[in-house]
Every structure is written in structure tokens, then in C-alpha cells.
Design a protein around this ligand. Sequence first.
Ligand code: 2U9
Length: 339
Amino acid sequence: MLERIKELKKEIEEIVANSVEEAEGLRIKYLSKKGEISKLFEEFRNVSADQKKEIGQAVNTLKEFAQEKINLLREGLQEQETKGYGIDLTLPGESMKLGTRHPISIVKNEILEIFKRLGFVVSEGPEIEDDWHVFGALNFADDHPARDMQDTFFIQRDPDILLRTHTSSVQVHDMETKKPPIRTVTFGRVFRNEAISYRAHCMFHQIEGLYIDENVSFADLKQTLIYFAKEFFGENAEIRMRPSYFPFTEPSAEVDVSCSICGGKGCNVCKNTGWLEILGCGMVDPHVFEASGIDSKKYTGFAFGLGIERIAMLKFGINDLRLYFENDVRFLQQFESAH
Ligand code: 2U9
């Protein structure tokens, strides 16, 4: 009898049906009162007591298997018949809808690629930091306003823990763990305690670069930024530098690029100046080197930082920062597809 059960299992494994009627025929053949499996149950009465357990289990398993298989066949066919089509394997597949890349990611990737071509290595680090890596090691005075709760998010329990306000903290880790020459570019989210409006947000994205070696000069910085501007904004792009101040660089400068919309003639995007501010930069302050154990007599370096949201606004003509973080698909779908 076990042999017959095995044979039937194999037979049922291979059954197919092309219509609901055929599936019903199969149900009758195997599962009706006079069906093959019912016959097995009748024979089961004559099975000796010592075999009853084994054969009983096998017949029940076979019955469940047949019910499941025939139900599946019937359900599949019913669905096809109610939808009014059969399976046509020659039909082309339905293409999957691809998402689009976020404008911040598009700009971030493009900028990082430019600096990677110049030999910069990408580094990332934690968003939750300590005071030393965000402020102390970067030459911020103890009473610097950035350390104020009005400007920075602190963790209530421990004033030493805060959300980084710039990605320079990542490069402090690099300086602590690597030996010059160091040529890194970082990107990531930074947090500032700002009221949210069309031109300010409490969270945005930065890219920062740092190059430390012997004899690195301001001319190297300028040439690197000219290369970046031409690669990103086009061959005709020019830059100008204006003196500025940051605690971590000396001298420091703010950098403008010639307005790519009006070609420098003046328009409403550049507020008729012909220039757009794109980044800040400078030579790394010797105090910053000393704080991380780098010999400031032997090494010099340059650093720069830019806000990705601002560059993406210029590139795509976006006029409200909040659009980046609202996840409105009507906004997001306008950018290149992620493939
Ligand atoms: C180390 C030392 C110095 C990074 C720099 C800037 C100038 C800068 C702003 C641009 C717009 C921030 O996003 S923004 O608000 N950044 O102007 N950032 S120099 O200097 C560093 C970095 C790391 C160790």
C-alpha cells in the first residue's frame, strides 16, 4: 500500500489543468467519494494494527497534498478566467518604475567625483560628536557664540555631547589617526539650531576638503578651487576670493563663482552682482595642527567647505530649502532616475 501512495504522490505532483472544469475533474478523480484517495482509505481498514500508524499518516499527508495542489490549480485558473486572460509567456514584461535620485545626492556625488579625480579620499564620521572634535580642536574660543545653545543642539544630560555643526569634526579624527600627507574630502549632515524657513534649516549637508603636506600653499588652494569651479559650473566659470574669518583657518576667504545664469552680466539670481557665493576656505590655522598632534612647523594645509543645499539650489533653480526635506514626489520626480 505504501508503494501505491508513493505512485499517487508522484502522479499528483505532475498534474496540470487548463480550465476550472479540468481542475474539478482532477478533484473528482482523486478526492471524491469514489476517488483514488478514498479507495486508499477503504483499503486502510484491512491494514494490520502494527502498520496502521505509518500508513494512516501517509494517506492523510497524501490527501492534504492533493487538496492543496488542486486548490492552487483551481484558484490560479479562476483568477485568469475572471480577469479575462490566460498566461501569454510571449508578452513583454512590465517595466518596474524606478525612483529618482535626490538632488542633494546628485550634487554630492558630482562634487565628490571631482575631488576624487584630484586624489582626495572620501571620509565619513559620526553625526553625534563631543565638544573637542567640533569646537575645541578647531580653535573655537571657549566663549565662541557657536558653542551657545541658541546655535548648537546639545544633549541635555551631558554638555559634552552635541550634534556636529560642521563636518570638520570628521577631519579632526583623520588628523588624529593619520599621518600627513592627508588629502580628504568629507560629506554629511550637519545640524544647527536655526528656525526653519525658505533659506535656513536646522539640518543641512556639507562637503569639506582638507589637504595637509609639506609646502602646501594658498596658490595650491586657489588652483584646486579653480579646477573645481570649471569642472562643476563649466569651462567659462571664474572665481573670486574675498577675505573672511573662520576660527580654524588663517588667512580665510569666501569664494564666489561667476554667475552661470547671466554669464556675469547681472541678473536676479546673482542680485545683479554677476557673482554667486559658493564656499569658504583658507589655510589651516597652526593651532588646529597642534591640537591634533601635527607639527605646524613642518606642515601646512588648506581647507574648504561648502553647503550642498546652496549649490543644488544654484544648479537646479530651487528657491526653497524646505523642498529638500518634505518628500513631495512632485518635487523629487523631476530629478534624474536612479539606475
Ligand atoms: C579642518 C580644518 C579646517 C573647513 C572650512 C569653511 C571654510 C566654510 C562653510 C561654507 C558654507 C560652512 O556650509 S557652510 O555654512 N564652510 O566656509 N569650511 S574652511 O575648514 C577646516 C576643516 C577641517 C581640520
